[in-house]
Ligand binder design. Structure first.
Ligand code: BMA
Length: 823
């Protein structure tokens, strides 16, 4: 196989203009315009509208390349485009070779007869997707997200590029993935398909290799080498004259892959080589993990289970929903994605849902999930819209599905394919049948309950297909039930119900629930001027895409917190209520492990800087929820369920080991003086939960003052090491009588880290550590601190965004707590 990459330097211009600018491929139009100083930063203030206006033009990419004579002599010479966004005409030496309309597909076309010795030219003309969808929608209106440009269901382009209730309307365009020319003679590898058969102590790995052969009856050799994590090699070879070749590996003592915190993530490397006369003509390398991973649905006392079962053990899925990382696609990078997924791992995630309104992530995303032990819930790319399932559309998505399922299916982390996001729910609840009639409704059923599952299962019979998220029985029959299937719950937030409402729900698997917050001041500063820094200003509202969102954030704050004293305090308190909400939900569902087997909150990340449901902001900064997740997703969790003055303490063990430890608790006054205390040895079986202590504190909490001045602190330890802990108030935080905690912080320097020792004079709620200018990663943050305790927080020097000496670090360190937001 001879590969000529066309990645790298191109030129770009608007088709109605003459001036070319430099362009980078893979990348995007906006990224190039920005680098050339041809447009303003689209995320700054209200620049979004100017950026949207630029999407109404057509653009043209151009470059020349040298084709060496050897390439031209190959039997087959293909142009391969792994991501053209979206309505593209591709011309080689002036001849049209491709017309594309799907950014999720890989296109190949034979260009052998068009290439010439020496210099060649390739041009990619990109027609305006914005114009296209708006025009199409006039011909045939199809409902889609109300916050997006109309008509997006007509085009196979990441829907959220056109706007969502957390993202701007900035549909960038470009050559967003690799582009190359491939030349080969006898043939090439078309596909490598793996099936694992697990038996006691052994795994048989079946490898089916599909080859494309240019001369049908010639014999080609396939060699497959499997390298175990310890370097041991197994090798097989077969000679065949047919297109399809099968090989098998018998792996004894297999090292099994587990989701994070359940075990290790050992990976095997499979290298498949195609040879002709002992000469390698093509090769593929796949990293794989040995495991069984199924979704179990079995009738039980509560209805029907919905749970991941890995290597025979049921896993409580913990994580968040992933959305596209940027509207400007040229800013996407494997390094950014890696950082994002590292943040998930640090916060004890074991699962991530790739939401259906974006794109199928690149290979590095799934590689990282394999390495980090994150089970991937992969939606197919349909979200919140009606689709016209006509013949052309069907053929288009058939190819899209084949391309992506084949690309992703071998990953150890892949746990589920889901047909779409909220389409079944929409058909059931949003009046679409009345609007569009039964024909389109039946087309929905055909697409997601027949066509897609058949196709998906044909290509990947090893991974569970789920028709829609959420779904119950299918057939548009009450798709959001608690007792069967997965559930999206939005009465908290969209329905303004109180956060405690989560405790009344017993879903089998909660795949969406969330609360919004603002990003931190540093992030807000990136898109505002000082005069914009008021949450109801024009610019702050332009960065809030969910209609009455800022008002709702304020409403939820008012339920639990006092009115914050200034803008920065308001940003921080908005994050606290979000974190508290997510904690209340997740802890409750983990206390009901077995009945509920998943808590995937909405949403992990941001597409731009603004208000949203994310726990990581656009720059990857951790909001309070991400810090809280590290605690509420701890593999062994202690959590409190308060009802009046009664509190039960529960331990949930999401590891494969029996947990033995000690649970201690203290009822303290606001100065952290002890009122009552106790401790209990705890034994909790693997993969189970139980109530450990039921406390009645009515005697100690018999006056309104005591209720407002006393709190419970609890800690779970094993061998003297804290594994989980928390505090519980008996009134809403806004009514608690906090004292000034007067926190002191001492920083010491160790070889590769700074260590902060914190202590306080009284209960300090939600202690926030930050650096004035730099960013850092904190071993813990936004935690409660009792007066009697010295808390140690570590910052690795390698995590600092700019290197700081000890005194610079001390100068930049800001320590505050909830108390400071009031006075
Ligand atoms: C869910 C998602 C998104 C949306 C979010 C918040 O239902 O599937 O479409 O952004 O709610 O409204």
């Amino acid at each position: 196989m001879q590969l000529l990459t066309l990645n790298g330097n191109w030129r770009l211009k608007r088709t109605d203009e003459h001036e070319w600018i430099d362009a980078v491929v893979p990348g995007s139009v906006f990224n190039d315009l920005l680098l050339a100083g041809k447009m303003e930063e689209p995320y700054y203030r209200d620049n979004e509208m100017d950026a949207l206006a630029l999407t109404k033009f057509d653009y043209e990419y151009q470059r020349s390349f040298e084709a060496d004579p050897k390439l031209l002599e190959r039997d087959t010479v293909l142009l391969r485009c792994e991501g053209l966004d979206t309505l593209c005409e591709v011309l080689i030496n002036g001849v049209l070779v491709l017309n594309t309309d799907n950014m999720h597909r890989t296109y190949e076309t034979n260009v052998k007869n068009l290439l010439r010795n020496g210099l060649n030219e390739i041009r990619v003309v990109i027609r305006s997707a914005t114009r296209f969808v708006i025009e199409k929608d006039k011909e045939f209106h199809l409902s889609s997200c109300a916050d997006a440009v109309p008509g997006i269901s007509h085009l196979r382009k990441a829907h959220s590029m056109f706007g969502w209730d957390w993202g701007p309307k900035i549909p960038d365009a470009g050559i967003w993935r690799d582009i190359s020319i491939l030349g080969y003679d006898q043939g090439r590898i078309d596909d490598v398909n793996l099936t694992q058969h697990h038996e006691a102590g052994a795994v048989r790995l079946d490898v089916r290799i599909e080859t494309e052969r240019l001369l049908p009856d010639t014999e080609l050799t396939v060699r497959a080498v499997l390298e175990a994590p310890d370097g041991t090699l197994l090798e097989h070879e077969a000679i065949s004259g047919t297109a399809s070749i099968s090989l098998s590996f018998e792996i004894t003592n297999p090292q099994l892959w587990w989701p994070r915190n359940y075990g290790e993530q050992p990976l095997y490397t499979l290298r498949v080589i195609l040879l002709s006369d002992k000469v390698e003509i093509d090769g593929r390398t796949l990293r794989i993990g040995l495991r069984t991973l199924v979704v179990r649905q079995e009738k039980d006392e509560w209805g029907e289970s919905f749970e991941f079962v890995v290597n025979g053990r049921n896993v409580f899925a913990m994580g968040a929903n992933y959305i596209p990382e940027d509207n400007v696609f040229g800013r996407l990078s494997p390094e950014r994605t890696e950082r994002l997924l590292q943040s998930c791992a640090e916060a004890n995630f074991n699962c991530i849902r790739v939401w259906g309104g974006g794109y199928y992530p690149n290979n590095q995303f799934y590689d990282a999930c394999d390495r980090l032990g994150l089970i991937v819930w992969q939606d197919h790319l349909y979200a919140c819209g009606a689709y016209d399932f006509n013949d052309a559309f069907r053929e288009n998505i058939r190819q899209e599905t084949i391309d992506n399922v084949k690309r992703i299916r071998h990953h150890a982390s892949l746990g589920i394919w889901s047909g779409n996001n909220e389409l079944e729910y929409a058909w059931a609840n949003w009046g679409w049948t009345e609007r569009y009639g039964e024909k389109l409704r039946d087309a929905y059923l055909l697409q997601f309950e027949q066509f897609l599952p058949e196709l998906n299962t044909e290509i990947d019979p090893n991974t569970f297909y789920w028709r829609s998220s959420p779904s119950s029985y299918g057939g548009i029959d009450d798709p959001n039930l608690e007792n069967v299937g997965d559930m999206h719950y939005w009465d908290v937030w969209h329905g303004r119900k109180p956060v405690n409402e989560f405790r009344t729900l017993f879903p089998r698997f909660m795949s969406e629930f969330g609360l919004q917050s603002f990003p931190s001041l540093k992030t807000v500063e990136s898109f505002t001027l000082p005069e914009d820094r008021n949450i109801f200003s024009y610019v702050m509202e332009a960065h809030q895409k969910n209609g009455t969102g800022n008002e709702k954030i304020l409403y939820y704050i008012s339920e639990y917190f006092k009115y914050p004293k200034d803008f920065e305090s308001l940003l921080y308190v908005s994050q606290l209520i979000q974190a508290e909400g997510m904690r209340v939900g997740v802890e409750h569902w983990r206390r009901n492990r077995g009945r509920c087997m998943g808590a995937i909150y909405w949403q992990l990340n941001d597409i731009w800087p603004g208000a949203s449901w994310s726990s990581l902001d656009y720059f990857g900064r951790w909001k309070a929820t991400q810090h809280a997740a590290k605690r509420f997703f701890a593999p062994v969790l202690v959590s409190a369920c308060e009802e009046g003055t009664d509190v039960s303490l529960h331990v949930t063990n999401d590891t494969l080991e029996r947990f033995e430890g000690l649970l201690s608790w203290r009822l303290l006054d606001r100065r952290s003086e002890v009122i009552r205390t106790g401790e209990t040895p705890v034994i909790t079986d693997a993969l189970s939960c139980r109530e450990v202590v039921a406390l009645e504190l009515g005697t100690e909490l018999d006056t309104p003052d005591k209720l407002r001045q006393r709190y419970l602190e609890f800690t779970l330890t094993t061998d003297g090491r804290e594994v989980s802990g928390g505090t519980a108030l008996f009134v809403k935080s806004k009514h608690f009588n906090y004292l000034d905690p007067r926190i002191t912080a001492e920083v010491t320097e160790e070889e590769d880290q700074y260590v902060i020792s914190l202590s306080a004079d009284a209960l300090a709620k939600f202690v926030l550590l930050d650096l004035r200018d730099a960013d850092a990663s904190w071993s813990d943050n936004i935690f409660d601190l009792s007066a009697s305790i010295t808390k140690r927080v570590v910052v690795p020097k390698s995590s600092l965004s700019t290197s700081l000496s000890l005194s610079q670090f001390q100068k930049q360190l800001c320590v505050s707590s909830l108390f400071d937001t009031y006075v």
